[in-house]
Design a protein around this ligand. Structure first.
Ligand SMILES: *Cc1c(COP(=O)(O)O)cnc(C)c1O
Length: 562
């Protein structure tokens, strides 16, 4: 079977195209510095409404099958990868949709029932199993005397990403994972989550230094051709296409769950649903955009940023501009950045929602490329454009979109900003809204929801989504809708509140009946007393030579032990 355009991938910068799913998963970032996108977005099959009764796993299988050629991963294997990935979740629905405010038709999509209690598990559980699948397959076909294929994942973290990556990769064959974090600068829970994983292929490196030192060490490793090649280094940061793909599923499961809970006719007029998404690197919400383009009836996707608001500002005027915040007063709340990918960059404002503390938003490039491509094509980026024999037109449109992306990102690099044309901005406004939420509002919403909605406790990231949802409700209240059409809001809840104690305490301490201890999940109990495995990296060993030898040494020990 030949692959469709939705199952072949191209770099947004135009340097490579026609790549397989396996290529893009193992490469992560394209060699030209671009991000991988499917050459076209697949349209839903006409019977997609029948998916309403599927389990999360079966839904994931149907959606992923549109993006992965059968000839690359056969159905049985893909089903098995999906089953393994979501079998680790504590909730039978994987990502349950819960009513938050019935009167306002406001729902929360809880994404934090995975092993590390944050939404990154949805993607990283899947990515870990994919890595293993590809490697095991490569190793099954080894020639006499050929060395086993082995992947070494290296990442710096100051919170969520590190633990989600470790839980996604622990105990995987032919994969080692190294997570660097700054000694004493991650929260006690986060450190315990990472270091109490004792699997031989997991290596936590506690580095005497700052998060930036860790980040620099990782960058130095990737820039070193010798170790990159000899150890087959790979990254798990949020630009890996497989992470976006995995996240598409829960927009569908939320939609079907809403239809069920509201008693709507699944084959009738679709409900008017808006999703609000707390956003940092634009990965989570980009998955919603793919769902919308595929044909899932989504009215709007609302980008909800914290005070690091580059995306919010883009939707105001079409200008994407890095802005450096004045240095924080560390005494205000000493926030610990939760997402190693981008946080702690110079000029980032430290907020109560650290996983969204970014200066630029890495996945945004994918959206801009698709919008540019659609402008060129004069049609949506779905497969119909090529199915009607306009393949050459589509190719030319892609080339032009990549050319435009290259000049936009050259401008970003040179002057710290770029601007899109009015039609592109209008297109972006057609699919998205944007809201910016301050720390004060984040705290106020946690308080208000606790008081008014059955003591539900939001984590600060989820609170930003809900604040944006409440604002959207207030704003659109008077917009005309067709008769009998009801408006629904689904806000994405990205972390369990116990992971972000300081913001939650700030909002609720002193409130009667609230004690933080009550919200700590059973899985966290005793975590800090458990046996740990961690290697300390002294300041003088932070050099490239130092870290290189640690990695080579640890990987060698693993292969001796196995
Ligand atoms: C990573 C993260 C986000 C931001 O997600 P993006 O895909 O980067 O937009 C929001 N909330 C939490 C808790 C996260 O860990």
């Amino acid at each position: 079977m030949s692959s469709s355009d939705a199952q072949t991938y191209t770099s947004t910068r135009g340097g490579s195209s026609g790549l397989s799913f396996e290529d893009v998963v193992l490469k992560g970032l394209a060699e030209d510095g671009g991000l991988f996108v499917p050459q076209s977005i697949p349209l839903l099959p006409s019977n997609w409404r029948e998916w309403a009764s599927l389990s999360f796993e079966d839904l994931a299988f149907e959606i992923m099958s549109l993006y992965i050629a059968r000839s690359e991963i056969d159905s049985e294997s893909l089903k098995e990868i999906v089953r393994k990935s979501y079998g680790t979740f504590r909730h039978k629905d994987v990502t349950p949709l819960v009513p938050l405010d019935k009167a306002k038709n406001l729902y929360l999509l809880e994404l934090f029932h995975g092993p590390t209690f944050a939404f990154k598990d949805v993607a990283l559980q899947f990515l870990g199993n994919l890595f293993e699948y590809f490697l095991v397959r490569r190793n099954a076909n080894l020639q006499e005397g050929e060395k086993r294929h082995h992947l070494t994942i290296v990442g710096a973290t100051s919170g969520d990403t590190g633990s989600a990556a470790i839980y996604g990769l622990r105990n995987k064959k032919d994969v080692s994972v190294f997570i660097l974090f700054p000694t004493g600068r991650v929260s006690a829970v986060q450190e315990a989550q990472m270091t109490t994983v004792l699997d031989p292929n997991v290596h936590c490196l506690s580095v005497a230094g700052t998060f930036d030192d860790c980040q620099d060490m990782v960058k130095a490793l990737f820039a070193d051709t010798e170790i990159r090649k000899s150890q087959h280094l790979a990254a798990v940061n949020s630009i890996n296409w497989a992470r976006i793909l995995a996240q598409i599923t829960y927009y569908f499961s939320a939609y079907f769950s809403l239809v069920r809970q509201e008693g709507l006719d699944p084959n009738g007029e679709p409900p008017h649903v808006t999703f609000t998404v707390p956003t940092g690197n634009f990965g989570d919400i980009l998955a919603g955009f793919f769902a919308k383009r595929m044909g899932l009836p989504i009215a709007k996707l609302v980008v909800a940023t914290n005070e690091n608001d580059i995306l919010y500002r883009f939707w105001q005027a079409g200008k994407y501009e890095k802005k450096y915040a004045p240095p924080n007063d560390p005494s205000t709340h000493g926030g610990i950045a939760a997402d190693g990918a981008a946080a702690h960059e110079e000029g980032v404002k430290e907020t109560l929602s650290p996983a969204m503390d970014i200066l630029v938003s890495s996945n945004f490039e994918r959206l801009v490329w698709i919008l540019l491509y659609e402008q060129q094509l004069g049609a949506p980026a779905t497969t119909t454009a090529t199915a009607t024999g306009e393949g050459n037109t589509a190719d030319a449109a892609r080339r032009q979109a990549s050319k435009d992306i290259n000049s936009l990102f050259a401008s970003l690099k040179a002057s710290g900003s770029f601007e899109v044309s009015q039609p592109v901005l209008q297109a972006a406004l057609g699919d998205f809204g944007a809201e910016r939420v301050s720390d004060d509002e984040t705290v106020a919403t946690i308080k208000a929801i606790y008081a008014g909605n059955d003591a539900y406790i939001l984590d600060p990231h989820s609170s930003i989504g809900v604040t944006a949802a409440l604002r959207s409700i207030a704003k659109t209240f008077e917009d005309p809708l067709p008769q009998h059409t009801r408006r629904y809001l689904v806000s994405l809840a990205t972390a369990h509140p116990a992971k972000f104690a300081n913001a939650v305490d700030l909002a609720l301490s002193g409130v009667q009946a609230y004690t933080f201890a009550d919200i700590i999940p059973a899985e966290f109990a005793g975590l800090e007393q458990k046996e740990r495995k961690v290697r300390l990296i002294a300041a003088q060993d932070r050099s490239l030579a130092g870290i290189r030898s640690v990695i080579v040494d640890e990987v060698r020990k693993e292969s001796v032990a196995s």
